[in-house]
Design a protein around this ligand. Structure first.
Ligand SMILES: Nc1ncnc2c1ncn2[C@@H]1O[C@H](COP(=O)(O)OP(=O)(O)O)[C@@H](O)[C@H]1O
Ligand SMILES: [Mg+2]
Length: 480
């Protein structure tokens, strides 16, 4: 029979399980320990007081038997003592001997001579006796002495010794029984507490498992606990919470999708506006030049100038379109392990041959043994090219471009430093956006392309720049 179950729990959900607490810290153990202890203490107190009462009753029974017996002895031997009838006195002691627990019984005259005794060897011996009736206990025996008086005169003494061994064993048995009862109470209490705790914690475990699954993202989880006790009510509250969590999550998801759609549209709009803006000027120049060339009476000098404008502006249009295609067509990175030094040296070699690098000293600092990292070689070549090109374009006259590849904790850092014009503050914040450029001939796509490629490598560009001092652009790759 199972009144408790988990519904709609997909088996594939795999989230970190909470560490199991040690047995002594579990609610189950603590509950069991406290119930068992309370049970044992209460039962123990009760049983112990019962054992005490029973022991007292056993002891009182022996004392009362002993007193009755010694009184009987005294009464039965008074006449025989007065008549000095040793035979009757011996008969009295023999009858006493047959009673249970009697160890010794003796009748003594006023001088202390033993007239009759259960132990025949004692007869005729003289004993020293106290003046009054006494009862003493010790060494497994209870000793009673009673004086026999006639008309106020002491005529003799009776002496009785009873064994307390039987009493002791009865007391021990009662005590053992009591201890057994306490032990039994402890065991029964523990078992009862265990069953109780099992019942309570089983439901708590179901709740815990459901909470864990919610934590791992499965918001469809619900628990079905019978709503009869507090844990059942907790289950109901849990379900209500999961319900509203699921509803809120769906709303958030919905909002998020709407926002991303809006952002995507805004981005497309922005990009289209930027492209239109970028190509409008060169296109107007091309159109005006074509109109000029169309005139039949155009002087040869103007014709040459119009052709030159056509040439530069169509090249500019081509560059804008090529850069934009590079930006739009960035494919998924195919990361592989490889040497960054070799790649940087290769790009540096190409940059040195670039017309704008004629007066620039290009240097590479690299430790080839510590420069292996995960990267897409073709894409990384483009990143390094774009960054080096920006650097040499920022050096107006003579200058220096330094590329450093160094190994840090778990990464290979590539930094490109120049002592060129630097980037003004107003440009620095938006420099990564497409079509943001600070140069007349620029398209503003070089850094955006580099940034997008690096993001696919799990890293980003960082730029430190000071106007008229220089710029350092760097990024980290995962070392291998
Ligand atoms: N190393 C640098 N030194 C100075 N300015 C730079 C440097 N790198 C980039 N910039 C600035 O950032 C702008 C954007 O660069 P980029 O995205 O490559 O586009 P583009 O080079 O086509 O202008 C550049 O126009 C330039 O103003
Ligand atoms: Mg550039």
């Amino acid at each position: 029979m199972s009144a408790v179950e988990l519904r709609s729990l997909p088996e594939h959900v795999d989230s970190a399980r909470p560490p199991k607490p040690s047995l002594f810290r579990t609610l189950r153990f603590r509950l069991m320990l406290s119930v068992a202890l309370v049970h044992a203490v209460l039962m123990g107190t009760f049983v112990w007081s019962e054992v005490g009462k029973q022991s007292q009753a056993i002891r009182a029974d022996l004392y009362s038997r002993a007193h009755s017996l010694i009184t009987l002895m005294a009464v039965a031997s008074t006449n025989a003592l007065l008549a000095e009838d040793l035979g009757s006195l011996a008969e009295v002691t023999q009858r006493v001997k047959r009673q249970p627990d009697v160890m010794e019984g003796a009748i003594i005259d006023v001088r202390g001579d033993v007239l009759a005794s259960t132990d025949a060897r004692q007869v005729g011996h003289r004993l020293r006796l106290p003046d009054a009736a006494l009862a003493r206990q010790g060494h497994g025996r209870l000793r009673l002495e009673e004086q026999i008086r006639v008309a106020g005169q002491r005529v003799g003494t009776v002496l009785l010794e009873m064994s307390t061994r039987h009493l002791q064993s009865e007391l021990a048995a009662t005590r053992d029984e009591g201890l057994l009862f306490i032990l039994l109470a402890l065991v029964v209490g523990s078992v009862a507490a265990w069953v109780l705790s099992l019942f309570i914690t089983r439901n708590l475990h179901i709740l815990m498992e459901a909470a864990r699954r919610i934590g791992s993202g499965d918001l469809g989880v619900r628990v079905a606990l019978p709503a009869r006790d507090e844990v059942g009510l907790l289950g109901g509250a849990f379900n209500a919470m999961a319900e509203s969590l699921q509803r809120i999550s769906a709303q958030v998801q919905n909002e998020h999708e709407k926002r991303t759609d809006a952002e995507r549209l805004a981005c497309v709009g922005e990009l289209s506006a930027s492209i239109a803006h970028e190509i409008r000027n060169p296109l107007s120049a091309v159109i005006n030049s074509v109109k000029l060339l169309d005139r039949s009476n155009l002087p040869a000098g103007d014709r040459a100038q119009a052709i030159a404008i056509l040439n530069t502006e169509s090249l500019r249009l081509q560059r804008i379109l090529n850069d934009f295609l590079d930006f739009a067509r960035i494919r998924e990175s195919r990361l592989q392990e490889g040497d960054i030094c070799g790649l940087v040296e290769e790009v540096a070699g190409l940059i040195r041959q670039h017309p704008q690098a004629a007066a620039v000293k290009v240097e590479v600092e690299c430790d080839a043994h510590h420069s292996r990292a995960r990267h897409d070689p073709d894409q990384l070549r483009q990143v390094v090219w774009n960054l080096m090109l920006n650097a040499i374009q920022a050096i107006p006259d003579r200058g220096e471009l330094r590329v450093r590849v160094e190994r840090a904790a778990g990464t290979v850092r590539v930094s490109i430093t120049d002592n060129g014009s630097g980037i003004p503050d107003h440009l620095l914040d938006k420099i990564m956006r497409p079509f943001v450029t600070g140069r007349k001939q620029g398209t503003g796509l070089g850094l955006s392309i580099a940034q997008r490629i690096l993001m696919q490598h799990g890293t980003v560009l960082s730029i430190v720049s000071h106007v008229n001092v220089g710029t350092e652009v760097s990024f980290d790759l995962e070392a291998t």
